[in-house]
Design a protein around this ligand. Structure first.
Ligand SMILES: [Zn+2]
Ligand SMILES: [Zn+2]
Length: 291
């Protein structure tokens, strides 16, 4: 047990040191400054080419979402997720060794070119996330957590990272085994993360990028706004347009719905008006709701 406490402590302090170093040392692979840079660029697009022209530049809940953005991207990891995942990974490894298993790799792509590996990871990870996202809508307890993301009433780029910290745990846990089955030869997946971050910001932005035929491949603000629609089609009561970065899964599996231009549709879910405003109550919501 002591071994796990030491591992947790070392990982926690290691991540804290890493984050401090990242903030004080800007460089090309620095997530902190990339998050800021991508956010500023997408925000400028919202300011100079807004889709909903009457929407305030500092829209409702802008600062709440800005906090969520940094919390979910960095602080949650700092507070313990990173340390906890090290411990869980170590425990899995020990269990494997005790049971005499070799780690199973069903597809070894480690000899492929870095670009091919990045594309495989991007597509695979997005498909796993599409499935996890569907579960968040279908499993009643998961939906209670996911309501935080759907409590957005006015859409803007920062809403992308408004979500309950339990979602990080669910996504990471559910992607852990499928991704472990692929043998990657790369350690640095920053390009995949930054590409997904940019698409996610654009999907939530008050800005539309004309997609042309690419709408069948990539998600967009035009499509994702319908995912946040307060009123869902009667034959799709759980949700529509679950895509994260790619829209093709929704077109392939019949959950793509864009009835008309959704620029001004009402967002949220039934009884969104009574959803708590303070962040700490949003975090406690699934365990502490009054109804
Ligand atoms: Zn959703
Ligand atoms: Zn969203």
């Amino acid at each position: 047990m002591n071994e796990y406490v030491v591992l947790f402590k070392d990982a926690f302090l290691g991540y804290a040191r890493y984050l401090g170093h990242e903030i004080s040392h800007p460089h090309i692979k620095n997530y902190v400054y990339w998050l800021i840079a991508i956010s500023v660029v997408v925000y400028m697009l919202e300011v100079f080419r807004p889709w909903r022209k009457e929407q305030s530049r500092i829209r409702r809940d802008f600062w709440l979402d800005a906090f969520y953005m940094f919390f979910n991207f960095f602080l949650f990891s700092l507070i313990g997720y990173h340390a906890l995942s090290q411990v869980v990974g170590h425990a899995f490894q020990q269990l494997y060794e005790q049971l005499g298993f070799d780690p199973v790799v069903i597809l070894d792509v480690s000899a492929w070119s870095p670009a091919a590996q990045l594309i495989v990871l991007f597509i695979l990870r997005d498909f796993i996330h599409w499935n996890v996202h569907r579960l968040l809508h279908r499993v009643p307890l998961f939906w209670q957590f996911h309501k935080v993301h759907h409590s957005v009433r006015e859409m803007g780029f920062a809403a992308h990272l408004r979500y309950h910290w339990m979602e990080t745990i669910l996504y990471r846990t559910l992607e852990f085994i499928p991704l472990a089955l692929i043998g990657f030869g790369l350690r640095e997946f920053i390009l995949v993360h930054l590409f997904a971050l940019t698409i996610g910001h654009l999907n939530h932005a008050n800005f539309v990028l004309p997609m042309g035929p690419f709408k069948y491949l990539f998600n967009s603000a035009q499509m994702h706004i319908w995912h946040h629609a307060k009123e869902l089609p009667p034959d799709k009561p759980y949700g529509i347009n679950y895509g994260i970065s790619l829209s093709c899964w929704d077109y392939m599996f019949g959950s793509a719905v864009i009835p008309h231009v959704g620029r001004d549709i009402e967002l949220g879910f039934a009884e969104v008006e009574t959803f708590p405003k303070p962040i700490w109550r949003q975090w406690l919501w699934p365990w502490w709701k009054k109804d």
